[in-house]
Design a protein around this ligand. Structure first.
Ligand SMILES: Nc1nc2c(ncn2[C@@H]2O[C@H](COP(=O)(O)OP(=O)(O)O)[C@@H](O)[C@H]2O)c(=O)[nH]1
Ligand SMILES: [Mg+2]
Length: 494
């Protein structure tokens, strides 16, 4: 009857509660429909499982979630901050402002190399600019795509790049010089494009000066460029260097002056990297350590450089390369002496080469077993060293040379394979109770973009650091440790 069909709720609910358009179903017919529905669901689920099994693992990761949840950060605020730096002002007096002098090193932006090969260039070129009374032009870090910490789907229509101030702070990224230092402050590439349109630039390629400098010492190379940049009447200069200067002994003579230069002394950790360290600081505390202690006074960190180094180490063997840049400093332990260059008349060339390869791989791509041995020895030598004294923060905790020193191990690596888990297990068996790896760090989208700098800063802060002598990553950690005043015995190489 109609009144039985009165709605409990208005409109749409009316049909459901009354079912007035359908004839009521027989109970047997109802259970048959339910059965068919369950069979359909089961077969759908089964065929989905089959399809899933047929797709390779990496393709089965949904692209949607990678791009939507792990999208490259825009750094809008940081970009705005860089745009508004006070030196970006045409009215400033010489040597800044419209009448200032500028130098842009196009190579460090363009070369398809890792962050640290570029950082090397950036720091030395800032110093060159400073010594030539020109403003250094800083720019975004443009990633080599294979190093970018996100899948290619994240940057399909975009070249991966990160503002420099996400990685570092200091004069190389537009920070001020010391009071009384009247050198012009660094400017952004965008500002350089305004104050120095392309038509007004003098372009210099390293090829133009190279022939007499090809094997010259670093000091001579530096002074030659410094003179050229100081004497050049042009307001705007753009230079293209190559990257071959760093992989040999020639750069070492620049150390004493570079170490105390304002570029080195004022180089700082970026706020973003600081925030990542703060967020993960608790990982480095072991039970019983008062929070007043700097946890990194207790950390031995290791740079386990792998991945592309599997080939790079063999290339170093083929070229009899020395260590890289600051890893070559004469007062550091664990020297590597390249074997004498091969003589082409040697009859069994392949045998010699393979010996060379073994020699290089032992130091450049060490096995897990030899890593464990080196870590054990480095810890012991550091703690037993007579010149070593425990950091002040430990004085009230325990006696000096306490067993509690160096009981946290940090592994930084570009290896994402199970090999790293096996290494961790071996180290655990060797007595390390607390092992932290880069994979344990909790990083937000911005912090993830600068994960390489986060690892480097942990290496900088750690009581002891062991790195790879052929790596520019290691070399830049060595630079900051020595500028901070850390002892050479705390800097080791495989
Ligand atoms: N997060 C992290 N990234 C690394 C590590 N080692 C290498 N990488 C990555 O590999 C890139 C290449 O290394 P680079 O900085 O050029 O130093 P190098 O190749 O060792 O001389 C780096 O920029 C990082 O993106 C590491 O220990 N941690
Ligand atoms: Mg590199």
């Amino acid at each position: 009857m109609y009144h039985r069909c009165e709605p409990l709720f208005p409109h749409k609910q009316k049909q459901r509660s009354c079912g007035s358009l359908h004839v009521a179903k027989h109970p047997r017919q109802k259970s048959w429909t339910t059965f068919m529905f369950i069979v359909m669901l089961a077969s759908l689920y089964y065929s989905f499982q089959l399809t899933r099994a047929a797709i390779p693992y990496h393709r089965s990761i949904p692209t949607e979630s990678l791009t939507s949840k792990d999208h490259p950060p825009e750094f809008t605020g940081l970009r705005e901050w860089e745009r508004n730096l006070p030196q970006h002002n045409l009215d400033l007096p010489f040597p800044e402002g419209e009448g200032g002098r500028f130098v842009f090193f196009a190579n460090s932006k363009a070369h398809p190399v890792g962050w640290n090969n570029k950082l090397n260039d950036m720091l030395m070129n800032t110093w060159l600019a400073h010594e030539s009374n020109r403003a250094y032009v800083f720019h975004d870090f443009v990633w080599t795509k294979s190093h970018y910490p996100r899948p290619s789907s994240a940057y399909r229509d975009w070249v991966p790049r990160t503002p420099l101030n996400a990685f570092i702070s200091g004069p190389s990224a537009g920070g001020p010089w010391e009071v009384g230092d009247n050198a012009p402050r660094s400017v952004s590439e965008d500002w350089f494009n305004i104050v120095c349109p392309k038509s007004e630039r003098r372009y210099i390629n390293t090829r133009d000066l190279k022939p007499p400098l090809r094997s010259a010492d670093g000091k001579v190379v530096f002074e030659t460029w410094q003179k050229l940049l100081t004497d050049a009447p042009e307001k705007c200069v753009e230079i293209t260097f190559d990257i071959w200067f760093w992989s040999g002994e020639r750069s070492v003579s620049l150390w004493d002056a570079f170490k105390v230069s304002p570029v080195s002394r004022l180089l700082g950790t970026s706020r973003l990297v600081e925030s990542a360290i703060e967020r993960n600081r608790r990982l480095f505390f072991t039970a019983g350590h008062p929070p007043s202690i700097d946890p990194f006074d207790n950390v031995l960190s290791i740079h386990v450089r792998r991945g592309d180094f599997k080939e790079a180490c063999l290339e170093h063997a083929a070229e009899n390369s020395t260590f890289y840049n600051w890893n070559l400093l004469p007062f550091l332990p664990d020297k590597f002496y390249p074997p004498p260059a091969r003589v082409d008349t040697v009859p069994d060339k392949s045998k010699i080469l393979s010996e060379n390869e073994k020699l290089y791989l032992a130091r450049c791509l060490p096995s897990a077993v030899s890593i464990v041995q080196k870590v054990r020895a480095a810890r012991k030598e550091y703690l037993n060293n007579p010149s070593f004294s425990a950091p002040d923060s430990f004085v009230n905790v325990d006696s000096r040379h306490s067993k509690r020193l160096l009981d946290v191990l940090y592994i930084m690596s570009n290896d994402g394979t199970e090999w790293l888990d096996d290494l961790k297990e071996l180290l655990r068996k060797d007595g390390w109770g607390r092992i932290v790896t880069g994979r344990d760090l909790k990083l937000n989208a911005e912090q993830k973009d600068v994960g390489v700098a986060v690892d480097m800063d942990i290496g900088r802060r750690s009581a002891v650091f062991i790195g790879n002598g052929w790596s520019s990553f290691t070399s830049n950690v060595v630079h900051r440790r020595l500028v901070d005043g850390k002892a050479p015995i705390s800097i080791r190489f495989w």
